[in-house]
Ligand binder design. Structure first.
Ligand SMILES: CC(C)(COP(=O)(O)OP(=O)(O)OC[C@H]1O[C@@H](n2cnc3c(N)ncnc32)[C@H](O)[C@@H]1OP(=O)(O)O)[C@@H](O)C(=O)NCCC(=O)NCCS
Length: 158
């Protein structure tokens, strides 16, 4: 098998069917693109079929206009034994000007699974650059914070 691929960027144009009544891209369309990029990234790293276990911290920083060139960047920032934590950044620009601006960012956790939906081991990702080390440490801190949020959310689960 070829070397695991740590990151991927999806590039496409925002089409009229992606747009809401206000003429901007639907938040749901952006979330779908994020999920697609996270899947492609996780599958490229693990060499396996993967499912989305969690998506959070999503921030819509700026709207995306129809006809924009959209770039959805996904990269592994932490691996557990079967999960891959993926940082997503969405940028958009007018294809005529190519001046990119950040529109959305978030974290997605993908899990590699077998045909029965059982979680499967993934290759370990080891951070090397200073930026990677910082993002890896952030992923670990976020895990602790999610535990606390999960406890608070219990009230809605009953
Ligand atoms: C994701 C899923 C396979 C995990 O199953 P599980 O029985 O909880 O498996 P495990 O307890 O072995 O956990 C597997 C990994 O997922 C992580 N995980 C599971 N749920 C998680 C959550 N909500 N948030 C963050 N991580 C989570 C665990 O921490 C573990 O990571 P690690 O192996 O790196 O330590 C299962 O919950 C599932 O199938 N969920 C539905 C997925 C889905 O339908 N997604 C939408 C369409 S793709």
């Amino acid at each position: 098998m070829s070397k695991p691929q740590r990151d991927i960027t999806l590039r496409f144009l925002a089409e009229p069917q992606d747009v809401n009544f206000g003429g901007k891209v639907h938040g749901g369309a952006v979330m779908k693109w994020i999920d697609l990029a996270a899947y492609a990234c996780a599958a490229g790293w693990s060499g396996r079929y993967c499912v989305t276990a969690y998506a959070g911290g999503i921030k819509f920083v700026a709207p995306i206009h129809v006809g924009s060139l959209v770039e959805v960047e996904a990269k592994v920032i932490y691996t557990g034994s079967t999960s891959m934590h993926i940082a997503i950044e969405v940028n958009a620009c007018d294809p005529k000007s190519l001046i990119r601006r950040k529109t959305t960012h978030c974290i997605v956790i993908m899990v590699a699974v077998d045909q029965n939906g059982q979680s499967e081991q993934v290759p370990e990702w080891i951070p090397e650059t200073d930026e990677d080390i910082k993002q890896h440490a952030t992923a670990i801190r976020l895990m602790d914070m999610r535990k606390q949020i999960g406890e608070q959310m219990e009230i809605f689960a009953s």
